[in-house]
Design a protein around this ligand. Structure first.
Ligand code: PH2
Ligand code: MG
Ligand code: MG
Length: 165
């Protein structure tokens, strides 16, 4: 068993509903969900002319290898309406592996920890809520420190789905 931190994101359609369905599918297909952050509404990073995202972070306990986990995540994305399109463009659902245990790996398909984790407030803020003291296995700093040092100016706000509907 390994513990992997994941980031879920959606910026198309009923964003909250995609995230909820993804959480169900993850629990059914990938392992045990040990922790879940709040939902955040975040300004689009990378390609700015697209709708705001909802993002949340999860801790998943899984017996899948990183490669097998990635395949399952892509299956879930497809089942929930994701069509591969533009890099950093809009999507109904994105599930990214942020970290996998303390592993550091870089293959054609997979970079762990996620290449941009420390550069993205939309990933660091939800992760810091559930794992402030987790030490980034490559940068050797805690998530709380990486968030404090992050220069990403894009907005990240707690999302109150009840009020927003
Ligand atoms: N995902 C991207 C590109 N840009 N911006 C925000 N705020 N949240 C995301 O999840 C996101 C993004 C590519 O996967
Ligand atoms: Mg992504
Ligand atoms: Mg992705």
């Amino acid at each position: 068993m390994q513990e992997a931190y994941l980031l879920l994101g959606s910026n198309q359609g009923d964003r909250l509903q995609w995230l909820q369905q993804a959480i169900c599918m993850l629990a059914l297909l990938c392992g045990n969900l040990l922790q879940k952050s709040s939902v955040y509404e975040t300004a689009p990073w990378g390609l700015e002319a697209q709708p705001h995202f909802l993002n949340l972070a999860l801790l998943l306990e899984t017996d899948k290898s990183p490669e097998a986990l990635l395949e399952s995540l892509q299956d879930i994305e497809e089942m929930l309406g994701r069509r591969r399109a533009e890099l950093w463009g809009p999507r109904t659902l994105d599930i990214d592996i942020l970290t996998y245990g303390n592993e550091v790996m870089h293959t054609e398909k997979l970079t762990i920890p996620h290449l941009f984790l420390h550069k993205r407030r939309f990933a660091l803020a939800p992760l810091a809520e559930i794992a402030p003291n987790f030490v980034h296995p490559q940068l050797h700093k805690t998530i709380a420190t990486l968030l404090a040092e992050c220069s990403d100016p894009l907005s990240v706000c707690l999302y109150d789905g009840f009020l927003a509907r």
